[in-house]
Design a binder for this molecule. Structure first.
Ligand code: PFF
Length: 453
């Protein structure tokens, strides 16, 4: 039998878990990364491969992570160690937890830098509301921001402080409060922007860019990026969902249902972001392809400048995006923090959360510098930030996910799985298990091998 509570605290209700897991999933990945990845990787073909990855690989692994977490009740490394021991297999599986911690640190390092951009934009619009100058040339504004290491470092530091403040307070006091109101507000604002997109008359073209596949654009690299994006967007492969699952009550919570709710919301937000951004890009005569990481920062301000209450829209949009990034970064920091608390018995508040955040902040300076002073440095053809992103998102997350799928599918016994998934009809259970045993691992493996070979 699994234990019923975790030493780190528990979600107060099923809804809180759904909000927190959705808060983790929905973030810069949906609104900043998904549109520009789509833009850079051929539009509709990328989107369709991405959706297939979510359905065949992402959702089954999401359920597996939550299930393992709820059974084990500890931080991923200790949960996996206990499970491997109880199942009589080797300790190599504990490596999943280590991949997770390293990937989390790498991802948070650049995530916080980009979240700093959104804070900076929210601040700009706030100043505009009070009479400051508006953003009239978004391209130049964005380039000026990236060229200024001190400015970037300031916002990166501020964002990391916000993150560590919540994680330090722990599950009930910190994480729950942050997600309750802000996620629904972001959703509504995105809908409003889609409404604006409709009014531009370019929605049809945007939809066809997003959904009409041009298969000639597809190569191994596009598959790798779509798979990486699916893992990144659903917060999978680095034991985040496992950690959140550890705080999930046993009674009255169906893992398949919450898994589907989180996956659907996450996908809906990404698609809505695409439907908000591409009509604007097209209506201002910009090329929807090849937008790069600056896409939302250079396109949306064009629309805000054209609206009568654009400054307010800008403030709300970048403010809420900062919040979405915040609820995700909290979940990036939580697994490593919980592990430090368990392993060394250190205080969550003063030691564990702070030292991990400090490490991520320092590493983030590499990304800051790669945007200006070290912009000439190339590793495998990418700048430093792009390289960290590639290694962590597109390689480590799928690799972690692959191992989680194999571990759940082949090592964990049926009784344990059934105990956690008692409400799942037999046919669906069997399908899910074979997706984990064969389909997901094969897809991830083929994509990794093809892209890296
Ligand atoms: N899912 C988040 C986003 O889409 O922005 C990013 C993320 C959070 C990735 C937590 C991984 C993770 F463990």
């Amino acid at each position: 039998m699994s234990t019923t509570t975790s030493i780190h605290g528990m979600w107060s209700s099923r809804l809180m878990f759904i909000l927190a897991a959705t808060g983790s999933a929905v973030g810069l990945g949906n609104i900043w990364r998904f549109p520009y990845m789509t833009s850079d990787n051929g539009g509709g073909a990328f989107v369709l491969v991405y959706l297939a990855c979510i359905a065949l690989v992402g959702l089954p692994i999401l359920m597996a992570e939550v299930l393992i977490g709820r059974h084990g009740r500890m931080s991923p490394i200790n949960t996996l160690r206990n499970l491997a021991r109880d199942s009589g297999t080797g300790r190599a599986w504990v490596g999943i937890g280590w991949i997770g911690i390293v990937a989390g640190i790498l991802i948070l390092s650049f995530y916080s830098v980009v979240a700093g951009w959104t804070l900076h934009y929210a601040w700009r619009y706030l100043k505009q509301l009070f009479g400051g100058a508006g953003i009239t040339d978004p391209g130049a504004t964005f380039s000026a921001l990236l060229a200024d290491p001190l400015e970037l470092t300031f916002w990166h530091a501020l964002f990391m402080l916000l993150t560590v403040a919540v994680v330090a307070m722990g599950v009930e006091k910190g994480l729950e409060r942050a997600v309750r109101f802000l996620m629904p507000a972001l959703f509504l604002l995105l809908l409003a922007l889609v409404g604006y997109g409709l009014s531009t008359g370019y929605m049809g073209q945007a939809i066809s860019f997003l959904f009409r596949p041009d298969w000639s654009e597809i190569d191994g690299n596009v598959f790798l990026r779509a798979m990486g994006q699916a893992f990144f967007s659903l917060s999978l492969g680095m034991c985040t969902m496992m950690t959140y699952g550890a705080y999930l009550p046993r009674e009255g919570v169906s893992i398949p249902r919450v898994g589907i709710a989180v996956a659907l919301t996450d996908t809906a937000v990404a698609l809505l972001a695409g439907m908000a951004i591409f009509p604007i890009v097209l209506s201002f005569g910009l090329d929807p392809a090849g937008g790069g990481p600056g896409l939302i920062f250079t396109s949306l301000p064009l629309a805000f400048a054209a609206m009568s209450i654009g400054a307010l829209y800008g403030l709300l949009f970048f403010g809420l995006l900062s919040v979405a990034a915040w609820t995700s970064s909290i979940s990036l920091l939580e697994p490593a923090t919980a592990f430090l608390v368990e392993k060394f018995g250190v205080k969550r508040r003063k030691v564990a959360a702070l030292s991990m955040a400090g490490l991520c902040w320092l590493l983030g300076l590499l990304s800051v510098l790669s945007l200006n002073v070290w912009s000439h440095v190339r590793i495998f053809g990418r700048d430093i930030m792009g390289f960290i992103e590639l290694v962590a998102n597109d390689i480590m997350l799928p690799l972690g996910g692959l191992m989680i799928a194999l571990f759940t599918g082949w090592v964990l016994n049926r009784t344990l799985l059934r105990e956690q998934l008692s409400d799942m009809p037999e046919a669906l259970f069997t399908t899910w298990r074979w997706l984990l045993r064969v389909v997901a691992p094969l897809l991830v493996l083929v994509v990794l091998v093809r892209a890296l070979a």
